[in-house]
Write a protein that binds this ligand. Structure first.
Ligand SMILES: *[C@@H]1O[C@H](CO)[C@@H](O)[C@H](O)[C@H]1NC(C)=O
Ligand SMILES: *[C@@H]1O[C@H](CO)[C@@H](O)[C@H](O)[C@H]1NC(C)=O
Ligand SMILES: *[C@@H]1O[C@H](CO)[C@@H](O)[C@H](O)[C@H]1NC(C)=O
Ligand SMILES: *[C@@H]1O[C@H](CO)[C@@H](O)[C@H](O)[C@H]1NC(C)=O
Ligand SMILES: *[C@@H]1O[C@H](CO)[C@@H](O)[C@H](O)[C@H]1NC(C)=O
Length: 564
């Protein structure tokens, strides 16, 4: 499959024009003038006084409340925790007095762990009686065969594993600072990394997110997270462990709304693909380079702990899919080394008691047909392929009519082929796809780079550069300005395209084990946001009720899309 190979082309700096353009957008806030600084001091002083007052009141109130903690129903605030119940040397991840957000966490201090991972924050009881909607079974009932009841899900991407294009506001620095991924961001922020990231964890995804996901007729949620939720290693700048608590709370909110979970280890020690969303963009250090084997072993250690934790009874009904490694770059890595690692990881996770969840491995951009006859004999193992037209130089130029046709025919054919063990691996799901028709979204190809659409992608590797425009007209009319228009301005013809393109993909991917849209929400990339697509009416109000399923006629769209 060609698109795997050319999916992520990357390398050096963007063209001069694109750098200048990006730089304008990236300018840091100017420093406040001197008189403002003085005022800031005064306001700051008042602020400190107010905070001291709040703390004093809180301590008094909490003393009064002593003894009636541990009430699940009333979700106590941190100020209700008896201050002497938390040991002075408790690390931040066990100490609710240091948490940015205490909503729906059990605040009773405990050092208990399972698989050497803390249970702190979890309530003891759980309830699996909810169902996402009337078309699917409750969590405590069997889902059945995914081939006849495909998953309809969404990714809460850019939350516990950062991605610049999803939350550009976190990467809003001068280009010269080189802040392009979570690694460089936390290196730059130093001790402030904790507060900046936890603020993001606490606000980017909330209980409302899961409520909205269920209301949209979706039934599964893929939750990408990174190895530093479990462990960090010497020299890592990453925020240790904080995301673990948010992951566990996210799973509990899924439970509340009857949503099944696909656990996605998105960033592995050393980086399994060298891309920004693996934590660190640059060389692959997983199964490659001096520490390649060490990082592969560390990744198994991470899975050892994760699988012991998620083998607990409380996760049996809700963890439907357990992912081993997101997008290992097998077009570079040794395919046999990755396959051997996958088999070891599979056996470890099963041995540790994760018995019901489907274990998921990535296609590694190998081409679906190449998985025929590989990794056979491992029960309940599924292949995960990510389908996009816009990372492929030959497909991004399709006009809207052809993009929909390809989504109907090409992807149905690929899914069907992969599902058949005579021609492919067998169980296949599409755990990432989107409605995007261009690669124009800010930071999508990388912070400060150009893109294929306008022919400004300079990867620093002459054979991978894309320096001629790759839109349907393939000339100077290829422009990004309109393509990035906010959803509220979309023209009716563009909406028709988006709606058909999305439903064509759903239809094709439902020939397999189902799909997970990438992503639930973005700050500034509307074609990538399920939430914004729903609001604009370009996604079915209920994911199980499609109005287009590839049996209808596809309109003839003009080559130059009318975005608004
Ligand atoms: C809160 O956590 C503590 C410590 O793990 C546990 O003993 C207690 O039962 C939990 N409270 C509830 C209401 O689940
Ligand atoms: C950053 O992530 C985006 C989204 O997955 C991807 O398209 C892009 O190629 C990545 N860039 C780099 C340089 O890793
Ligand atoms: C593999 O590792 C070597 C040594 O660290 C590094 O120079 C190279 O860039 C890596 N290859 C890739 C594709 O990242
Ligand atoms: C440049 O890209 C080509 C095509 O992907 C690849 O074969 C080659 O190894 C790359 N060169 C370097 C120096 O990375
Ligand atoms: C879209 O592309 C297809 C395939 O290249 C072509 O046959 C068709 O005429 C194009 N449609 C328009 C409106 O240009």
């Amino acid at each position: 499959m060609e698109e795997g190979r050319s999916k992520h082309l990357r390398g050096g700096a963007g063209s001069y024009d694109s750098l200048v353009r990006e730089k304008d957008e990236l300018y840091d806030d100017p420093p406040p003038p001197a008189y403002k600084k003085k005022r800031l001091w005064i306001y700051g002083g008042i602020g400190v006084a107010v905070i001291i007052l709040i703390i004093v009141i809180a301590v008094v109130v909490s003393k009064k409340n002593k003894g009636d903690d541990g009430d699940a129903a009333s979700s106590p605030s941190a100020t209700s925790i008896p201050e002497d119940s938390i040991p002075a040397d408790a690390p931040a991840w066990l100490n609710p007095l240091q948490w940015t957000d205490t909503t729906d966490f059990n605040l009773t201090y405990t050092t208990d762990s399972v698989g050497d991972l803390p249970v702190m924050g979890l309530y003891t009881k759980w309830d699996d009686s909810a169902k996402a909607n009337d078309h699917v079974p409750a969590l405590d009932e069997k889902w059945g065969d995914y081939a006849s009841r495909p998953a309809r899900g969404v990714n809460v991407g850019g939350w516990l594993s950062l991605e610049p294009f999803i939350t550009p506001s976190l990467f809003n620095y001068d280009l010269s600072q080189g802040i392009i991924d979570e690694y460089s961001l936390c290196t730059y922020l130093g001790s402030r990394c904790g507060s900046v990231l936890e603020q993001h964890y606490a606000t980017f995804v909330t209980e409302q997110t899961f409520k909205d996901i269920a209301a949209a007729g979706l039934d599964h949620v893929r939750i990408p997270f990174s190895y530093w939720a479990v462990q960090t290693y010497d020299g890592d700048p990453y925020l240790f462990r904080t995301s673990w608590r948010y992951l566990l709370r996210g799973i509990e909110w899924c439970r509340k709304y009857g949503l099944r979970v696909n656990l996605d280890l998105h960033a592995l020690p050393g980086s399994q693909n060298g891309w920004n969303h693996s934590g660190r963009q640059g060389p692959i250090g997983w199964l490659n380079g001096t520490d390649g084997d060490l990082n592969a072993q560390r990744s198994l250690d991470v899975h050892d702990r994760l699988s012991k934790f998620f083998a607990q009874d409380r996760y049996k009904n809700i963890i439907a899919f357990y992912g081993l490694a997101n997008e290992p770059k097998m077009t570079f890595l040794s395919a046999s080394a990755v396959t051997a690692w996958t088999e070891n990881a599979y056996k470890l996770v099963r041995k540790n008691g994760v018995s019901d969840a489907v274990i998921v491995f990535g296609d590694g951009f190998m081409g679906l047909g190449n998985w025929q006859g590989k990794l056979t004999g491992l029960k309940n193992l599924a292949l995960d392929v990510h389908q996009y037209v816009i990372f492929n130089t030959n497909q991004i130029v399709y006009n809207h009519t052809t993009k929909i046709k390809y989504a109907c025919d090409g992807w149905t054919q690929q899914t069907t082929q992969s599902m058949n063990t005579a021609t492919g691996f067998g169980p296949t799901l599409v755990a990432e796809w989107s409605q995007a028709d261009t690669d124009c979204a800010k930071y999508l190809t990388n912070v400060g780079w150009g893109n294929r659409w306008t022919g400004t992608l300079n990867t620093g590797n002459a054979s991978e550069n894309i320096l001629t425009p790759r839109c349907p007209t393939m000339d100077s009319r290829c422009a990004c300005g309109e393509a990035n228009a906010e959803a509220g301005r979309w023209s009716s013809s563009y909406k028709t395209f988006l709606s058909m393109f999305a439903q064509a993909q759903m239809t094709s991917f439902e020939k397999g084990w189902g799909w997970f849209y990438w992503v639930w929400d973005t700050e500034n990339a509307p074609q990538w946001s399920y939430k914004q697509g729903l609001a604009a009416g370009v996604l079915p109000a209920k994911a199980y009720e499609k109005t287009f399923d590839c049996t209808q006629d596809i309109p003839s769209f003009s080559d130059l899309p009318e975005y608004y």
